[in-house]
Design a protein. Structure first.
Length: 149
């Protein structure tokens, strides 16, 4: 006990440092992600995983139309982004209908697991009504378009 009484200041400083270390540890564990950026939100993705070969096959099938210049598909977590670049003078309503038709390329379980976004981009950057973005939530049957009235 004499050691503690004689070195009170050192023990107080050590106690404060210990409290800070424990507090920092708790804060880091609470607020910093551990593992992957999605946490447990991707649970079950291995059952509906879309392979790279299927992605390239989908790109070819979607691009199989006269007015389409390029198609890129990017999957981030539970979101499928489909970027479709079309020629100038392409009718937007026609491309919206075409995008809706192409949902048939996905299996039912994929449509129920992933959200899907269509980005319709015109090669002419000044084209009227373009770009347009369509979004289909996994619980929805329809695509909602950004420029719908």
């Amino acid at each position: 006990m004499n050691v503690i009484k004689n070195n009170k200041g050192i023990f107080i400083v050590l106690g404060i440092i210990l409290v800070f270390i424990i507090g920092a540890f708790v804060l880091f564990r609470t607020f910093l992600p551990s593992g992957n950026e999605y946490g447990n939100r991707l649970k079950g993705i291995e059952k509906v995983k879309i392979s790279k070969s299927k992605i390239s096959n989908l790109e070819k099938k979607i691009a199989d139309r006269k007015k389409i210049k390029k198609v890129d598909i990017d999957i981030k977590g539970r979101l499928i982004n489909i970027l479709i670049t079309v020629e100038d003078e392409t009718d937007l309503d026609d491309m919206k209908d075409y995008s809706t038709e192409k949902l048939e390329l996905f299996k039912e379980k994929e449509l129920k697991y992933y959200d899907i976004q269509f980005y319709l981009i015109n090669e002419n950057a000044k084209a009227k009504h373009y770009p347009a973005i369509g979004y289909k939530h996994k619980t929805s049957d329809k695509i909602k378009w950004s420029n719908d009235d």
